[in-house]
Design a protein around this ligand. Sequence first.
Ligand SMILES: N[C@@H](CCC(=O)N[C@@H](CS)C(=O)NCC(=O)O)C(=O)O
Length: 358
Amino acid sequence: MIVYGSRISYYTGKLEAYLRYKNIAYTLLPTPYGDAQMLKEKVGAVQMPIVDDDGKWMSDTTPIIMHLEDEHPDNPVLPGDPVVDFISHLIEDYGDEWLWRSAMYYRWWYDYDRLLASNVLTDEVTGHLKLPRWMRLKMIVRRQVRHYVKRDGVTEETRKHIEQTYHNALAGMTAMLENRPFLLGNVPSLADFGMMGPMFRHYGQDPTPQEIMRNTAPAVFEWVARMWHGQNQDQPKFVTQIPSDAAPLLKEICETHLVQLTANAEAFARDEERFDMTVQGCDYQDIAVSRYRVWCLEELRHRFDLLSADQQKTVKALLPFGNAEVLWDAQVLAQSDYNRDNHLPFGRAMNVFNGGLP
Ligand SMILES: N[C@@H](CCC(=O)N[C@@H](CS)C(=O)NCC(=O)O)C(=O)O
């Protein structure tokens, strides 16, 4: 299997950690941006990672993982209890979609982080451009700062809160990892792989957030390495109910990610392109509406609908926060029309942000 991506990419790191744990052999190659048209034809969107599994092309890490779980049933990453599985999907979605902003912020805001990432990306993905290296480096910095920082609601006013959300994620994970090697058992679950996106190739590698992780959350720093080691267990054991130590992380998810999913879906339903939201008292303005994230909400609702009445009651008791209602109350319209025929991870995918960029 060939994985096209980058050595410093969020979702590529998530997928690589999964493949290593599942003992699925792969070769990592840089995304061929010079062949963007070919990639668009194969998978619909130029993003990282893209997988070529012997001529079967795939994209979007969540459906890729679900597909590979069917093909490689050993060492499953879904714990098995329907409520625990649902919470795994929720934590994965938070890792995938909420922590993205703060991961991008740390990388492109701070000098050392920006210098490191821009040099790596310049060499990895701009080689096809016939321009001097210094110019390609400048282009990368301008593109990333403009689209992933300035146009994603990062300002002097919001950046304190953006940093706080990273600290809250570290604290929430630490509370769980004090009691188990992985979030929901003695082996990694989908929740761990979802958190690996931000925690590994961004927070765990970029100098500024890595120092914070080392100094304030060594259990998470250790978990990142344990995840990367990808060892299988003779006696894998997942929790059979969500432990109380998950409460701080679940509260944080409801107060942040679900607020954003709600505001995004409302704006999408109004056919708007940008929206404002208030998260934990912090006002964010002029954020790009994401159709992809409307689909994320639909998926979570769909998974909630599949639970029995008792299981739904248990989930509601685990999420006793107002914002959680968006998971089961259809008052907020979530209709992306994405993946209606269930073609993912094959066929046409869609960038998280319009046109591939916010
Ligand atoms: N939903 C996708 C998201 C993939 C994604 O957005 N990847 C980012 C970087 S890690 C990307 O390729 N962005 C487009 C770009 O920066 O050109 C997944 O789960 O794989």
